[in-house]
Design a protein around this ligand. Structure first.
Ligand code: G16
Length: 540
């Protein structure tokens, strides 16, 4: 029986950088998920007759949420929902399924790299028919619907068994349960030279992939072990767990410290990599050599033609504004268009759809291409393996060769997490208010040359997105960006991004290379005093 349940708007159901992220406990409140899902249906003009994809990263509440969403899809007249077995799908695999099946859209359940479990976070993201995160006009419509909601519709029924593959009926709707891995693995085989990578591994090249007890375990096992011949032990923390084993599934040197310890040790494998909760982020590390996400993006752009899927060359490249300009140097040298967008993968969608960019990436450990409309962790790993298999160089040698050709953009991000929201907002607002007057003034040891509040005009649909981060450039070429995170769930997180170009000296520690920019940031924003913090919580 389809029930119509009266409800009232719940404050704060505003999608952030990447969907709606809240604590698991918040999502478990009666009606919270239902209100938001009905708002998605209402915001996209209903789901009657539509085909949707559904799956998540398996974190706590994934299983319950999938059942609720299925019952709400049928109650609003959806024709079919394609669900990953067990309710699981990585974010890039979901994006691929939406595209491959010509679905009208999909819902991905994840709070990405945020911790999961009963005390962690949960999230709901709506992706459109191109497979990408809903763009701002759609998320705005969903938010508006959430503020006007008066009722939601849901079928009263038993939960479906989502472990058996194949089609089944739920009311008038078809539910198709698919293997979450096979289509995605097949797509990877079309893009990369699996024979070359298999030969590299067979020659004794050793690797370790850290799935961080998150969604990529089964994907990595199928691709790296079954299809590419790596030993079983090459995939660590391979079993997905609802609380990620108590870990923080964010692939950076701080949270992937187990892998980092191994890679910096005496018996390090040749290659290490990690991915996050929902499989869209990546970390690349060679023996004794961590590769920053910005450098990884630049290396991939410079060498993508090693992979058969990109052998024809790139149409263009794109990065988020805070990401380092290492990519721009490759683009300049290769004569490629290079775009700088606001933070959030959704801003790459139009560039990819219009064929203006082939590769995109972000400092926040996201890299991807036009093969799907999400960033893709395992894709980046396979791209690196394909490059190494072609060049037969170590990761450290690839980096040295890259810097020798393009120079090095020393880069670091300092995060102040869980700080007082009012204080952080005031810090950013006060700095914003001074921007017009900063040019030519000293800032610690540096002198400001330009200061702006980043605003983006999408070159495809001409939509304008403003207030996307404070960008300050200094005489001599250094750059500083400050913005507040749009993915946190506790207080506010201030992100401070710093970079400085160096043409000939490549062996300096990044924190030392950036010491003047760090001092300039403190002089301009007074971070320590205003936020009451002596040092950043996370330095990447
Ligand atoms: C999301 C977005 C990314 C963004 C990242 C960090 O990634 O898709 O584009 O760079 O959040 O955003 P913020 O700095 O606002 O916290 P993910 O992997 O969390 O979906």
């Amino acid at each position: 029986m389809i029930q119509t349940i009266p409800t009232t708007p719940i404050d704060g159901q505003k999608p952030g950088t990447s969907g709606l992220r809240k604590t698991t406990a918040t999502f478990r409140q009666p009606g919270y998920l239902e209100n938001f899902v009905q708002s998605i249906w209402d915001g996209i003009g209903g789901v009657a007759g539509k085909v949707l994809v559904l799956g998540g990263d398996g974190r706590a509440f994934n299983a319950e949420a999938v059942q609720i969403i299925l019952k709400m899809a049928v109650a609003s007249g959806a024709a079919k929902v394609i669900v990953g077995q067990g309710g699981l799908l990585s974010t890039p695999a979901a994006s691929n399924l939406i595209r491959a099946r010509g679905a009208d859209g999909g819902i991905i359940l994840s709070a990405s790299h945020n911790p999961g479990g009963d005390d962690g976070d949960f999230g709901v993201k709506y992706n459109t028919a191109n497979g990408g995160p809903a763009p701002e006009p759609v998320t705005n419509a969903i938010f508006a619907a959430s503020a006007a909601i008066a009722q939601y519709h849901i079928l009263t029924a038993h939960d479906l068994d989502l472990n058996a593959l194949g089609e089944t009926g739920l009311g008038e709707m078809t539910v198709e349960v698919v293997d979450p891995v096979s289509d995605y693995a097949a797509l990877m085989e079309t893009l990369f030279d699996f024979d070359a990578i298999r030969a590299l591994i067979a020659s004794g090249f050793s690797l370790r992939f850290d799935a961080m007890h998150a969604i990529t375990g089964p994907y990595a096992r199928e691709i790296l072990v079954n299809r590419l011949g790596a030993p079983e032990a090459s995939v660590m923390n391979a079993v997905p767990l609802p609380d990620f084993g108590g870990g923080h599934p964010d692939p950076n040197p701080v949270w992937a410290h187990e892998l980092m310890g191994l890679m910096m040790g005496a018996d390090a494998p040749d290659f290490g990599a990690a991915s996050d909760g929902d499989g869209d982020r990546n970390m690349i590390v060679g023996r004794g050599c961590y590769v920053t996400p910005s450098d990884s993006l630049a290396v991939i752009a410079a060498n993508a033609t090693c992979a058969p899927g990109y052998a024809k060359g790139l149409a263009g490249v794109a990065r988020s504004m805070p990401t380092s300009a290492a990519l721009d140097r490759v683009a300049d040298a290769r004569g490629l268009p290079c775009y700088a967008t606001p933070t959030g993968w959704k801003f790459f969608g139009n560039l990819l759809d219009a064929g203006r960019a082939t590769l995109c990436g972000e400092e926040s450990a996201g890299t991807g291409s036009d093969h799907v409309r999400e960033k893709d962790g395992l894709w980046a790993v396979l791209m690196w393996l394909n490059i190494l298999a072609t060049k037969r160089l170590s990761v450290a040698e690839v980096m040295q060769a890259h810097w020798a050709e393009f120079g090095r953009n020393y880069y670091s991000r300092h995060d102040y997490e869980g700080v007082d929201k009012t204080a952080a907002e005031a810090l950013v607002a006060d700095l914003r208010a001074q921007l017009d007057k900063l040019a030519d003034l000293p800032a610690g040891p540096l002198v400001v040359s330009e200061a702006e509040d980043f605003s983006y005009t999408d070159p495809v649909d001409r939509s304008v997105t403003s207030g996307q981060g404070i960008q300050i450039k200094f005489e001599g070429g250094a750059r500083l960006v400050l913005r507040l995170s749009g993915t946190g769930t506790h207080g506010a997180t201030l992100r401070v991004y710093m970079e400085n170009y160096e043409g000939s000296e490549f062996g300096t520690d990044p924190q030392a290379a950036l010491v003047d920019v760090i001092a300039a940031a403190e002089a301009l924003a007074g971070i320590k005093t205003r936020l009451g913090r002596e040092a950043p919580d996370v330095v990447t």
